[in-house]
Ligand binder design. Structure first.
Ligand SMILES: [Zn+2]
Ligand SMILES: [Zn+2]
Length: 347
């Protein structure tokens, strides 16, 4: 089968490899779509995944497909399923509390497409426990956005937004834009977003969920943000993963407010204004993935029409274009917001 292999730093090669084989508890799918994620870009830049071996492998964790071998599961051939990438154990004390996304065995890194082969290939084999049947009302393209949408959904749940709240989002990527949409649906009266380039927010402007954009590197950014929020935001979301974005959140929320941190930092430690967080009693909340229940909720957000994720997708491309798509996603002046790969189609 055709697969996109991460062979080194900034290098993806399309190769012909053996199709994966089923073992007990597995199903096999023909991959219909796979979303390109910011975490994929980090691995592509580093040239390796999150396993200790650093072997060349197939990334891709935001995918759906059609079942071609249901194994010993209850699925049927032809069922459309989406995979939850979280390789939780289901047995530890955290899993038993319904917090599978924080499972001891996952430990923040054990995901399909991070430590083992994922969806940038024609076929995928994985545990049926991680597969969820898709309603007909969720398209293949929409299914490839369930992963970032669940991340945004979980973060918005953590933030506990109330009617009339003023919300700041640092970062204008797909997660930031999904958060903007969900914040508006939750009753936010103002959604402000920081960005690094006007080209990157072309689709975001068309979507209309953000009321005001601000240049992340502007000198008097704080003054502008305090003005627009009339004294500070009720909630801020850090969706970049760096010191500048986190400190913008800490600087511009009201005393006693929450800052939800979703960004994946490239370095283990990030400087932030600790005294401000202490003296203004800010709650700094980490947010990762989502619970197993929230994964199903996310499918429902789409099937109910609450969110139309296809509107956020700017590019649908074939597997051969993955390397080129990575280059475009890292170019500051390219208007690409979300790309979806269709590994079994040629465009
Ligand atoms: Zn992702
Ligand atoms: Zn567990």
């Amino acid at each position: 089968m055709k697969a996109a292999i991460l062979t080194g730093a900034r290098s993806i090669e399309i190769k012909d490899i053996d199709e994966p084989q089923l073992t007990s508890g597995d199903i096999k799918i023909e991959v219909l779509s796979c979303g390109v994620c910011g975490s994929d870009i980090h691995m592509w830049q580093a040239g390796h995944g999150w396993s200790d071996s650093h072997e060349p492998f197939v990334m891709g964790h935001e995918f759906c497909g059609s079942v071609i071998d249901a194994g010993d599961s209850n699925f049927k051939k032809g069922d459309r399923v989406v995979f939850w990438a979280n390789l939780y154990c289901g047995k530890c004390e955290i899993c038993r509390q319904g917090l599978e996304h924080l499972c001891h065995e996952v430990n923040g890194k054990n995901y399909i497409g991070f430590v083992c082969n994922g969806g940038y290939a024609q076929y995928f084999v994985g545990k049926s426990r991680n597969a969820y049947k898709l309603p007909d009302s969720v398209s293949d393209v929409a299914a490839a956005t369930i992963d970032p949408l669940m991340v945004a959904y979980h973060a918005v749940k953590r933030a506990n937004i109330k009617l009339n709240d003023k919300v700041l989002i640092t970062g204008s990527g797909i997660i930031g834009n999904f958060i903007a949409a969900l914040a508006k649906k939750s009753g936010a009266s103002l959604v402000a977003m920081t960005k690094i380039s006007d080209k990157k927010i072309v689709r975001s402007r068309e979507l209309g969920f953000v009321d005001a954009y601000f240049d992340a590197n502007k000198d008097n950014l704080r003054e502008d943000l305090i003005n627009v929020s009339q004294g500070g935001f009720d909630i801020a979301f850090e969706a970049v993963g760096n010191s500048l974005a986190l400190n913008t959140c800490i600087d511009d929320v009201k005393s006693g407010s929450r800052v939800v941190m979703i960004g994946n930092s490239l370095s283990e430690y990030v400087d932030f204004a600790m005294n401000k967080a202490v003296l203004h009693e800010l709650s700094l909340l980490g947010s990762v993935s989502c619970t197993e229940k929230e994964f199903s909720d996310t499918i429902n957000l789409i099937s109910s029409g609450t969110i139309v994720p296809e509107d956020f997708v700017t590019d649908i491309v074939s597997l051969d274009k993955l390397q080129e798509t990575m280059l475009r996603l890292t170019a500051v002046d390219d208007p690409i917001l979300k790309a979806v790969i269709m590994p079994n189609r040629d465009f």
